[in-house]
Every structure is written in structure tokens, then in C-alpha cells.
Design a protein around this ligand. Structure first.
Ligand code: ZN
Length: 688
């Protein structure tokens, strides 16, 4: 479960160097990390995006064997790239192929149509498809259909997948790109409509209805099973001769071309694993990719959650279900990382005190865990991201997602500090705080404690929030249906916010004083009530789970504060500001909401979950929205960030043995995607 970064962060990263073993046989110059001051974080700016690069500090501290492992895992991350494009929509791969061909072959790069197409293509790369990565709305092309058709007609048909002609490709993609009514939404969440038939995402085949899919999965579920597998996690549901059945993602099944390569690199990685536990993790994941058996996936997840000793760690596979309107099937994602030893001391303190926070939580005791198990938390340095982690990325991850595994074996939770560092650096001096923050008091709080409390909130959300609480016996873990992600993220955010204001946090040395948490409260409310609206178009509802959760929390508390004025929206010179008059009272309200959200989750109260989301999280005040957009427009700040990966090159000696890793940070944005398409296009040859 992920949490995306939104709050503005203004202070500097305080990551210190770890005291890891010195490497033996490497030339550190190939892996040297530039300092924060000399590093160029900004790569590209277009549409609503700022593309950044991230540093990989301490990579020179890896042993030669760890470098080799990291290299193989990074290749396993990149070979899955096409899977997500196809999951996001069945026309995405062919559209990407055609756009890239026009982009690289066109000689008139100053033409307005070309420039508009270039922006469109850059947005497709960000979203791994033609729908906005956050809002889910289809992009509107700003190049003409006539120009586009002309360009496609001029292409050499050999760039197309086997069996395709220019004519039939045009017939397929022109309406998809240009007709606003075709595939308008990546994922429709409008209650009352058929969520599958009205969504463009490709988790269900032609003609499968929501009722059929729900019936199919309900039929598989056995609510008395105390160790249920995650049904549908790795399968597309299709209809053949009127019968609904699964097409499993596996070697020999759907996406085999890409998954075979994943297995190829994982097999190499297994040979250079750091220890037996990690080797067992990798081998189990290979087995799962080969068989697609969900029980094997759970065995893998248990092995993975128990591997806390390895320095390098990774995620590679079908993981998060945000993209499926029913929340069953997972998108493919990957991230390779290693431990940030120094910063991990902070999360160690948190997990060592997990039971304290669980006990001190304001929720009904029936919904609390008597014994919080195995909350392991660490701060990591990401080394490469792929699939649904790229190029827009989480800043924290908490896995596995299976409820019973979390209850029985705990979960692993990470905060990715080299990403938060990049966000923080990219946002300095852009005028945001001057425009939106009420006064110097809040600005000072945020500049002193902003970065620190953002990281701490992420830690608490991931290490404790998702792991807290329990379901009452017999409650269906999927009871919240399409609201499950929002309710779960709301719960985790509230847990973090509430406990952040506990004096215990200061006592434990997690924050320097009793005022610091206020920086997070202020920026969270400003974001949830106002500034996150920069990410949606005027007239649209809030759709994305994390945005919904933030609006739910802040709108609910705002309404609760109607009489006591703990928090309010105030106008000054025609501009709206968030003003927090009583932080302690805000915390009390956050606790009240946490108790209610936990009750909803623990009892599987679908109606209450639906009502609270629909009443607080979805609709936007159009007047305030318009004002926020206008104020942002003047600042020209990109609402979204994406990343480019560093480029890793492995060297091998004349015996074919691994001899070292090189890292290069200079690759551009388009350059990177074109290279990935050249080297890792594993599914584009099998278009229909
Ligand atoms: Zn989360």
C-alpha cells in the first residue's frame, strides 16, 4: 500500500552516511554520488509535470556481489515495462509504438502539431498509457487528426507488430486518441454504473460485466478460510462462449514474453543472493511467475516479509490493485532498493514502540490488535523503479497487502528518502509557501519541521497505520469493495496524524519539541482542503484514492470544527487560507474520525464507508477550486512529479564474470523512454 507525496516540504534532507562495510574490489569513482548541492534534480517540464532525477547515495558502499545482485534485479525491473501499458488499456502499446515512430522519424520538429504530439507522448510515458496517471481522464490531443493521420501514413509499416497494417492501426487508434467519448476514463468509480464496462483499463475482457465479475469472485471466496489467497490478483477475467474465466499472468500464460525475461533475470539474481533467506524469496517468486498459483504467491510474501537481514531488497510483480475498478487484480510494478542504515534508526524506534501506539490509539478496543506483530520498518534508498512505480512513484511502501499474512506475519514498511529528498529540493523557492500559507508563524514551522515531519508521517502511516487494527471474525476483507483503497489509506493517514501529536513522539526523540507536529498538521490541512485541488480539472470530482483520503479527513474535521473553530477557512484580500486555531482540538477530531473509520473497516460496514467517502471525499467546491487553480497558474508550479532512473552499466571480465557496476545520472527523459522502448519492448510484437 502506497502513499504518495503531496505536502510541501521545505527543509533539507538530513540523511547521513551509513557506516556500512567498505567494498572490496570496486572502483568507487564509477559509483560516486554527487552531493545534494552539486546534483541537478530537474530534468524536464511539460504539461502538468516536472520530471526529476534522484541520487542513489551510498551505492559505492555495496560489495561487488551486492552490485551484481542489484544489477540483475534492476534488469528484472525494466523487462516488465510493457505489462503495465497493456493493463492500463488495450490500445496503449500500439499507440506508444506509433507515437515514438513519428517522434523519432519526423524532421520538422518545430511544427506546432509535432510539438503538441511530443507533449502528448511525454504524458503517455508518464502515465504508461493515454489516461492521466492521477485523475484517470483521457488526454486531449492538441495536434490535429489530419496531421496525425498523414504522419502515420508516412511511417514504414515494418515498425508495426507482425500482421498489422497502417490502415487497420489507424482504424483502431484514431477514435481512441481523438474521440473524447471513447475510453474516456481509465477507471470509472461512479456509484450505480457498471464500473467495468465504463472503465478503459484492461483487467477484464470484452463484455465482462461488473455483476459477472463479482459473481465469479464471490463464488471462489470461502469466508471461513482463515488464510484466503488474493483472488484475481494475477488474472484477467475474460468471457469465452458466454463463460467467465481467468487468463492468468504467468510464464506460458498472459504476458509470458515479459514474464519469461523477469524469470531470466531473477534466476541470475538468485545465484548472487546475499543469504539463503533472500535466495528462497527469489526462488519462490520465480516459481510464482512460472505457475501463477496464488498460494505460492502467499508463500513468497511470507518469505519476503521475514527477510529483514538483507541489505538489498526488491518488489517485482503484480502488487497493488488501485487500477482495477473492483480492486481485485494488481498492476505490475517493481522497485529495487537498499537500506539507508542511518535513517533506519528512526523507524526502528517507531517499530519498537508499535504496541504503545496501538494501545494509545483512540479506536474501540474490540478493533485493536492485542499484540502487534512484526512491524519492520526501514528507510531505503531506491536504486531503480519500474512498472507502476515509474515514473511517478510512491514515497513509502507497506507490503504485503494480504490481510491474513499481515496479521500472522506482519508487514514490511519503507520510507524512500532519496525520493523525498528530490521532491524537497525541487520545491524550494518556488513561491508556493508565500502564496498559500496563512502567516509567517506557519511558514516558519514548515521550514523548520516540514521535511522532518513529512518523513515521520510517512513512517507512521507505513510502519504502523496499515498494520494497526483488526477485522472482527468473519468480516470479508473486501467488504468495502470500490471504497477499500480510500478507507484503508484514510485509516493509515489518520493513525499517523493522530500519533504524531502525542508527546510520546518527543519523548522518543522522533521530533525535537512539542510544536514540530504542527508543521505537518498545517500542511496536511492546507493540502487536503485546498492545494491538492491543483491536480484536478475544474468541474471534475476527486477520484484518486490518496487524494480522496486527504479530502475526507480534512473536510470531515473542518465540518466538526464548525462550532469550536479548531480549523477554519478564512478569507484575506479575496484569497482563501487554512487557519488552525487549536492544534490540540484538531488532534481530538482526528482521533474521533480514526475511531469511526476503524469501526467501518473492522465491521465491514459498507454503507457507512460509502457514505463517508461520497459525502466528504469526492465532491469539490467549484469556487474554491477555481481560485486555487488561478493562484497556481500564476506560480507556474507543476502539480505532479515524475522521475528518470539512473543508468546502470555492468562490466564483465574476459571470463564473463561480473566485474563492477557503473551509474550514470545524465540520461534525459525522452532519451530514457526511447531506450526502454528499444531494449525492453517485449509485448509489442504480439498485438492483435
Ligand atoms: Zn498507504
Amino acid at each position: 500500500m502506497k502513499k504518495l507525496l503531496l505536502a510541501s516540504m521545505t527543509a533539507l534532507s538530513l540523511v547521513a552516511c551509513g557506516n556500512k562495510e567498505k567494498p572490496v574490489e570496486t572502483s568507487s569513482s564509477d559509483l560516486q554520488t554527487p552531493t545534494i548541492e552539486e546534483f541537478d534534480y530537474l530534468v524536464d517540464r511539460f504539461a502538468d509535470l516536472q520530471i526529476l532525477r534522484y541520487r542513489v547515495p551510498d551505492i559505492d558502499q555495496l560489495s561487488l556481489q551486492q552490485q551484481e545482485l542489484l544489477y540483475y534485479l534492476s534488469e528484472a525491473s525494466l523487462v516488465g515495462r510493457d505489462i503495465l501499458y497493456d493493463q492500463n488499456g488495450c490500445h496503449n502499446l500500439i499507440i506508444r509504438t506509433v507515437l515514438e515512430a513519428i517522434y523519432t522519424s519526423n524532421t520538422d520538429k518545430e511544427n506546432d502539431n509535432f510539438k503538441a504530439m511530443e507533449t502528448y507522448l511525454k504524458r503517455v510515458w508518464v502515465s504508461n498509457g493515454i489516461h492521466h496517471h492521477y485523475s484517470g481522464d483521457k488526454f486531449t490531443p492538441e495536434f490535429s487528426q489530419e496531421w496525425f493521420v498523414q504522419q502515420v501514413n508516412a511511417l514504414d509499416a515494418s515498425i508495426l507488430p507482425e500482421g498489422r497494417t497502417i490502415e487497420d492501426v489507424l482504424e483502431e487508434i484514431v477514435p481512441v486518441i481523438f474521440d473524447p467519448t471513447v475510453d474516456a476514463k481509465h477507471m470509472n468509480q461512479t456509484a450505480g454504473e457498471d464500473l467495468i464496462l465504463t472503465s478503459a483499463s484492461n483487467y477484464y475482457g470484452e463484455g465482462v460485466t461488473q455483476a459477472e465479475a463479482e459473481a465469479y469472485y464471490n463464488n471462489l471466496k470461502d469466508l471461513t478460510d482463515e488464510e484466503p489467497v488474493s483472488y484475481g490478483l494475477n488474472a484477467k477475467l475474460i468471457k469465452e462462449d458466454g463463460v467467465v474465466k481467468e487468463q492468468v499472468y504467468k510464464v506460458g500464460g498472459l504476458y509470458t514474453e515479459a514474464l519469461e525475461k523477469v524469470v531470466y533475470w531473477l534466476e541470475k539474481a538468485a545465484k548472487v543472493a546475499e543469504n539463503d533467506q533472500q535466495r528462497a524469496v527469489i526462488n519462490k517468486l520465480i516459481e510464482f511467475n512460472k505457475t501463477g498459483v496464488l498460494k505460492t504467491f502467499d508463500e513468497y510474501a511470507i518469505l519476503w516479509v521475514n527477510d529483514t537481514a538483507s541489505h538489498i531488497d526488491f518488489v517485482n510483480g503484480f502488487t497493488e490493485t488501485y487500477g482495477d475498478p473492483l480492486g481485485m487484480t494488481a498492476s505490475w510494478e517493481s522497485m529495487v532498493n537498499f537500506k539507508n542504515t542511518e535513517a533506519t534508526k528512526r523507524t526502528k524506534i517507531i517499530s519498537d514502540n508499535a504496541q504503545y501506539f496501538e494501545d494509545a490509539s483512540p479506536v474501540d478496543s474490540r478493533f485493536k490488535k492485542e499484540k502487534v506483530k512484526g512491524v519492520t520498518a526501514k528507510v531505503i534508498t531506491a536504486a531503480i523503479i519500474g512498472g507502476d512505480c515509474y515514473p511517478t512513484t510512491p514515497i513509502g511502501i507497506n507490503l504485503p497487502n494480504s490481510n491474513w499474512i499481515r496479521a500472522a506475519h506482519g508487514s514490511k514498511s519503507v520510507t524512500i528518502e532519496n525520493f523525498t529528498e528530490a521532491y524537497d529540493r525541487a520545491q524550494q523557492g518556488n513561491g508556493f509557501a508565500e502564496e498559500f500559507v496563512w502567516s509567517d508563524v506557519e511558514r516558519d514551522l514548515m521550514s523548520q519541521y516540514g521535511f522532518m515531519t513529512d518523513n515521520l508521517h510517512t513512517d507512521l502511516h507505513e510502519c504502523l497505520g496499515h498494520g494497526s487494527g483488526k477485522l472482527l471474525p468473519g468480516v470479508d476483507p473486501d467488504a468495502m469493495r470500490s471504497y477499500s483503497s480510500v478507507i484503508e489509506e484514510t485509516r493509515a493517514d489518520l493513525f499517523g496524524l493522530y500519533h504524531m501529536g502525542d508527546p510520546k513522539v518527543v519523548e522518543l526523540g522522533l521530533l525535537p519539541n512539542a510544536d514540530a507536529y504542527k508543521a505537518q498538521y498545517y500542511s496536511y490541512f492546507m493540502n487536503g482542503l485546498m492545494t491538492q485541488l491543483k491536480r484536478i480539472h475544474l468541474g471534475d470530482n476527486v477520484e484518486e484514492a490518496h487524494m480522496r483520503n486527504r479530502q475526507l479527513i480534512t473536510r470531515w474535521v473542518l465540518e466538526k470544527s464548525k462550532d469550536d473553530k479548531a480549523v477554519e477557512l478564512k478569507k484575506r484580500d479575496g484569497k482563501t487560507y487554512v487557519v488552525i486555531n487549536d492544534y490540540n482540538l484538531v488532534r481530538t477530531h482526528l482521533g474521533e474520525l480514526l475511531a469511526e473509520i476503524q469501526r467501518i473497516k473492522s465491521t465491514g460496514d459498507y454503507e457507512a464507508g460509502k457514505n463517508i467517502v461520497e459525502n466528504y471525499a469526492v465532491k469539490v467546491d467549484p469556487t474554491l477550486h477555481k481560485e486555487v487553480l488561478e493562484r497556481f497558474n500564476k506560480l507556474n508550479i507543476a502539480p505532479y512529479f515524475g522521475f528518470v532512473n539512473p543508468v546502470y552499466t555492468a562490466t564483465f571480465n574476459d571470463k564473463g564474470e561480473f566485474a563492477g557496476l557503473k551509474i550514470d545520472y545524465t540520461e534525459g527523459y525522452a532519451e530514457q523512454h526511447l531506450r526502454y522502448s528499444r531494449d525492453y519492448s517485449l509485448l509489442t510484437k504480439k498485438e492483435k
